[in-house]
Design a protein around this ligand. Sequence first.
Ligand code: NCD
Length: 325
Amino acid sequence: MQSNPMPTKARPADHTESQLYMRDVLSVRQFSPDLLKYVFGVADDMRSFVERFGSADLLQGKIMVNLFYEPSTRTSSSFMAAMMRLGGQVIPINSVQYSSVSKGESLADTIRTLESYADIIVLRHPEVGSAAEAAKWAQKPIINAGDGVGEHPTQALLDAYTIQRELGRMDNLTVGMVGDLRFGRTVHSLTRLLLNRGITFRFVSPRLLRMPEEIREEVEQAGDMFTECEDVHEVIGEVDVLYVTRVQKERFTDISDYESVKDAYSITPDLLAHAKQQMVVMHPLPRVGEISYDVDTDPRAAYFRQMQNGLYIRMALLAAVMGRA
Ligand code: NCD
């Protein structure tokens, strides 16, 4: 969007509610505290709409393309459900092997094709920066649904919304992030989104999967606190949020490295016996063994509520970007 070779996307005056109108959603860096509050408010409205009526026709006549170059269950289907519950239509492209991508078409051309049929494009792609690249070519808004190991801004929004709803605040908390902090894009985005709120971060990972230096530096520059360790027992007693992640098998070049860390963590009722009564366990899902199923009935297990919050946050974003919030 910065050095757009195409005509600039339409932009109205800079009121909070219009900061998203016809904008790309590429990074959590775009979200000021005021904008975040606004999105959460719209998400609350969307929740009431869905609970009372099932749908609203705010986006009737609009078409969204869901362009996914990587596997997805929650992100793709919640974006689709969000658009459909707002009265819009969806072109789902989840199997790019059946599209012209398999003939060698560039991302730029695919994007320019799809935007000529639709009003907004949701993109998941394995390369860092791909959403920003797509946004350079597109005149219609691009929403980043995960760019490789880079960012996953809409996930961070729904994660923060979940923290706010579950704990009643997002400030001065102790947040433990556990698992694959190196390749997990959700923890990259969530850390950035939670900066400057007096949060203490406890990064828990095998050495091989440490939080990237770039993000550790951003935490330092914000003047926030973080520590790193390998053993979740060191932090379990003090965290308000335990954000657990999957080891991202698909990002490893050496499978023996993956084998050496894949079972590093297992969150169990025994472990949670040492946690605060008022805390939440979160996970972006899918889980592949790092949270045992018998944790699911613990009232502190928030990951299924978190997943559902994704629908309301994505409805709020689509409505705001299309100017109908
Ligand atoms: C995450 C992702 O794709 O980054 N999933 C999701 O969007 N809920 C996390 C993961 O795949 O481990």
